[in-house]
Write a protein that binds this ligand. Structure first.
Ligand SMILES: [Fe+2]
Length: 379
């Protein structure tokens, strides 16, 4: 729901010596054909807002979200959903939070309004004949390495960037996500191009693991889903933790096998959908590799035993995985699931372009050296 509201600042003696600032972001999430969510944080409680810059003589419009009849307000972590957009529409926006100085039942005082610089993003467009995307994984909070990949891979010219899991080592403090991952992403692309954060096993570790979605936005609030960008149908899977649920290090708090089986039922329906079957390219992205013979952990075995046959039966053009920290290319015959598998090492990135004739894939090291190059023909 979108509401438009003008808040008049109330000039009273400031109760804080700090001025309102945008401390992280903005970063785009869940950009779809008709909308996008813009996330950012402020140092002080605020009313979040997005100013969409009018085009073709139309006035600017202020977007605020409301929940249960209340305009979102009072927090420091903000998410504003823009809706009603067209596929392939380019929007210019500014982030404009308003400081809340005092919030009492019958008395609310507003402070400063901050205006960010202008950014621009484009909604998904399935009629585009080409799309460019990048994949990085197993960064383990190494923001410098991430930055080199984003800079050298020109992340800002991608339609979407995938973070294929284990971007953090553990999640105990929000700075572990915000500083090396979000800030680095914002520096290079994330205010204009969305990233898709695929959960790895390390994101499941730490007291904040259950709060990860506070900082990210997922379709239907699930870690497994599908979407289309240009000629590619992407299927995102969530591998879960690596050890058996009754492993002593989970202290009785793991329920991944049941979760994976629920996800498997979703995947069985997904591969029967028109969107999957009729796509020019079908790319599955999952943190842990899914191929028979790799039984080096409980989850790998579980995935290959249960998900492998479904993928083999359905077919796909490529499965992109991570987790092992080793680069490996397995063609459809060697992978055991009839689908080529590219496991991306932790030091490398994948740059891919899907076009009229083929899906071109390049794997490059953090020194920007070519590791391998592959081409998959369009159906
Ligand atoms: Fe992993």
């Amino acid at each position: 729901m979108i509401a438009v509201l003008i808040l008049m600042p109330c000039w009273i003696a400031a109760q804080s010596t700090e001025s309102l600032r945008i401390t992280h972001g903005p970063w785009l999430q869940n950009v779809t054909r008709d909308g996008a969510t813009i996330c950012f944080t402020t140092n002080l409680p605020a009313v979040p807002g997005i100013l969409l810059t009018g085009r073709d003589g139309k006035p600017d419009s202020l977007v605020r979200n409301s929940t249960d009849g209340m305009i979102d307000a009072g927090g420091t972590l903000h998410k504003v959903r823009i809706t009603g957009l067209e596929p392939g529409q380019t929007c210019s926006y500014r982030v404009i939070p308003v400081e809340i100085l005092k919030y009492k039942p019958y008395q609310i005082y507003y402070g400063d309004t901050v205006r960010s610089k202008e950014f621009r993003f484009t909604t998904q467009n399935t009629t585009n004949k080409t799309t460019r995307f990048m994949v990085v994984n197993d960064i383990h909070t190494n923001g410098e390495r991430l930055g080199r990949h984003l800079r050298d891979g020109h992340a800002d010219s991608c339609d979407v960037v995938f973070y294929n899991g284990d971007m953090v080592d553990v999640f105990e403090d929000e700075a572990q996500l915000l500083t090396p991952i979000i800030d680095t992403s914002v520096r290079y692309f994330a205010s204009s191009v969305p990233f898709v954060y695929v959960r790895g096993n390390h994101e499941a570790r730490g007291i904040l693991a259950r709060k990860l979605k506070n900082y990210l936005v997922y379709p239907e609030d699930r870690y497994y889903y599908s979407f289309d960008q240009g000629p590619v149908h992407f299927v995102i899977l969530d591998c879960g933790e690596d050890k058996p649920d009754d492993n002593r290090y989970y202290y009785g708090l793991a329920d991944y096998d049941r979760y994976r089986l629920t996800q498997l039922e979703w995947l069985k329906k997904e591969v029967l959908s028109d969107a999957f079957r009729q796509a020019s390219y079908r790319v599955i992205i999952v943190h842990m590799p899914i191929h028979p013979g790799d039984g080096s952990s409980h989850a790998l075995l579980f995935l290959s035993d249960h998900f492998g046959p479904v993928i083999k039966e359905a077919g796909a053009d490529l499965l992109i995985a991570a987790h092992t920290h080793q680069h490996l290319w397995l063609n459809g015959k060697l992978s055991g699931i009839g689908v080529p598998i590219l496991i991306n090492g932790h030091l490398n990135r994948i740059e891919a372009t899907a076009g009229d004739k083929s899906l071109k894939i390049r794997v490059l090291s953090e020194k920007n050296e070519l590791v391998t190059e592959r081409e998959i023909d369009r159906k």
